[in-house]
Design a protein around this ligand. Structure first.
Ligand SMILES: Nc1ncnc2c1ncn2[C@@H]1O[C@H](COP(=O)(O)OP(=O)(O)O)[C@@H](O)[C@H]1O
Ligand SMILES: [Mg+2]
Length: 233
């Protein structure tokens, strides 16, 4: 396997004194390019902390994280911001769409941040929305879309700039079973590519079948990793 994300002995604590919580206790973990890796485990075990560190949104206390060969510790603040903008796509549980923007405008945001013109960014976002089955909904605002449709817009936004790393934090937790399955099938179909790693945090066992690899996390550590035949999208 071509290693895309390589974590070694990553630790992170929040708070001080009596309020101190050791969220990560030495995580060693790798995710391969060309695969969808699920990160599963009980609430509070450190999944969001780990995926935030991998995405360059949170600095660990110790340990190393390399993403496609780049050691995140060695990046300056400016380079880390640039890494996030260019190389990472995010999908969140609550979709996090901007209410005043249409589906197309929401999906185009990463390209606008990278300097594309509105016309070019909207054109590329529209292509992706079409592939996600939202051609008729491109000009709608988030409150005019169902939860499943909003999550598909969020998937378009995560992929529009063709990032090397796609991270999803509980992407199906706000969806009914059918919409959750549909979102995962589309994510697999559109996001999994030979030169990209997709990491999905979840405790929704209904979507485990979409994974190539499942990393089981407990109490701030990865306990074991299982390989499986992913369900065809
Ligand atoms: N910003 C924060 N401040 C204080 N404690 C935090 C913060 N973020 C997470 N934690 C704590 O770290 C632990 C791991 O949290 P988290 O990574 O969110 O777990 P998960 O995503 O698996 O539910 C939990 O005990 C949580 O309360
Ligand atoms: Mg979480």
């Amino acid at each position: 396997m071509a290693i895309a994300v390589d974590c070694h002995d990553v630790t992170k604590a929040f708070g001080t004194g009596d309020a101190r919580v050791q969220a990560l206790r030495g995580v060693t973990f790798a995710a391969a390019a060309g695969e969808m890796t699920l990160l599963v485990g009980p609430s509070g075990c450190g999944k969001t902390t780990l995926i935030s560190a991998i995405a360059g949104m949170l600095t660990p206390d110790a340990g190393s994280i390399a993403v496609f060969g780049a050691d995140l510790r060695k990046l300056s603040r400016g380079k880390l911001t640039a890494f996030r903008a260019k190389s990472v796509g995010f999908v969140f549980q609550q979709f996090n769409l901007l209410p005043a923007l249409t589906a197309t405008e929401n999906a185009s945001i990463p390209l606008r941040i990278l300097g594309a013109s509105a016309g070019e960014a909207n054109r590329r976002a529209a292509v992706l929305l079409d592939r996600l089955g939202l051609a008729a909904h491109r000009d709608r605002f988030p409150d005019q879309l169902s939860g499943g449709q909003q999550q598909r817009v969020a998937i378009a936004r995560a992929l529009v700039h063709e990032p090397q790393l796609v991270v999803c934090d509980e992407p199906t937790a706000s969806l009914d079973a059918q919409s959750g399955q549909a979102a995962m099938a589309l994510l697999r179909d559109l996001a999994v590519r030979a030169d990209r790693a997709v990491i999905v945090v979840t405790h929704d066992s209904r979507i485990f079948s979409f994974a190539d690899r499942i990393a089981h996390m407990a109490d701030g550590r990865i306990e074991n990793v299982s390989i499986q035949d992913a369900e065809a999208a």
